[in-house]
Design a protein around this ligand. Structure first.
Ligand code: SAM
Length: 284
């Protein structure tokens, strides 16, 4: 019978040969996940002999990871902002730490006791909108996506967080699913913004697995902003905030200004690259 330690070392060596960047950490996380153990507990159980079904479960995940499926899909959850364990389903974009900048930028404009109606366009797992809802108890959210896989994932997170009474999960294009008589104060969005031609050059976890609908921003990466920014500026009563790629600050700022938004700012992420554009509605 193999012990935890033996299988862990084998998995680490296999991941190293494949050139995965953090072979030890990934091995610990996958082994721990199947055994229901935290990473530190894996070490406390080093000499435990593994049952056949445990070995089979670990091998199945190791094979998927060897095929460069995103690690987070295999683990099923990730921490995002103040949400400890956000569920992340296969076929839904894995939330990135960079997107926490958009959450910060929005919270900065939402007082702690405010009760705004916020629309998160392209909600994916629901990460951005749900992090805002967690931080602002009065906030009501429309979580919108055009992908059924994303909507199922958002709904699972809404249920897990117990936010069912203040989140509407809606299917459709951009803001269309929010009925015209329903208020929207703030629009937030991390839309697809990668240039179509650049997608093939990204790491395999992204180019081979993550949904094209979540990535592809058209020939110059700006297709969705061109439709979303004017629509959001026309509907929102207070503000519009979007995540951008590092080289999209100037063109997206222009789209905000052309749409009549004021006080437009391009904000950097922690690495100093442009990451968020935000602007206010006149009088909002
Ligand atoms: C970059 S992902 C962002 C997901 C999530 N907000 C996050 O930050 O982790 C973009 C999301 O927008 C959705 N999407 C793409 N085009 C859309 C459209 N026209 N209307 C609504 N959602 C769209 C995709 O399905 C995907 O879930």
């Amino acid at each position: 019978m193999q012990t935890v330690k033996e299988l862990l070392l084998k998995t680490e060596a296999f991941f190293k040969d494949l050139g995965l960047p953090r072979p030890r950490r990934e091995a610990e996380l996958l082994v721990g996940h199947v055994l229901g153990l935290e990473r530190v507990q894996v070490y406390l159980e080093f000499d435990r002999p593994l049952q056949d079904d445990e070995v089979a479960g670990i091998r199945a995940l190791v094979r998927r990871r060897a095929n460069r499926e995103p690690l987070v899909w295999l683990l099923g959850e990730v921490g995002f902002y103040s949400i400890d364990a956000l569920l992340v389903h296969k076929d839904v974009l894995v939330p990135r730490p960079d997107s926490e900048r958009l959450v910060d930028a929005a919270l900065d404009w939402i007082p702690a006791d405010a009760a705004p109606f916020v629309a998160d366009v392209g909600a994916g797992t629901g990460a951005i909108g749900l992090a805002l809802a967690q931080e602002r108890p009065g906030l009501r959210l429309y979580a919108i996506d055009s992908s059924d896989a994303a909507l199922a994932n958002t709904k699972a997170n809404v249920a897990r967080l117990g936010f069912g009474d203040r989140v509407a999960v809606l299917k459709g294009d951009l803001l269309d699913p929010v009925p015209p008589n329903r208020p929207i104060d703030i629009v937030v969005s991390n839309p697809p913004y990668i240039r179509s031609a650049d997608i093939a050059d990204l790491e395999p976890e992204v180019s081979k697995w993550e949904p094209r609908l979540a990535l592809d921003g058209g020939p110059d990466g700006l297709d969705v902003y061109r439709r979303l920014v004017p629509a959001a500026a026309a509907r929102a009563r207070q503000a519009v905030l979007v995540e951008i790629g590092f080289d999209q600050g100037d063109p997206v700022r222009r789209l905000f200004e052309q749409a009549g938004l004021v006080g437009v700012e391009v904000l950097p992420d922690l690495a100093g690259r442009d990451r968020v554009v935000r602007g206010r509605v006149v009088g909002g």
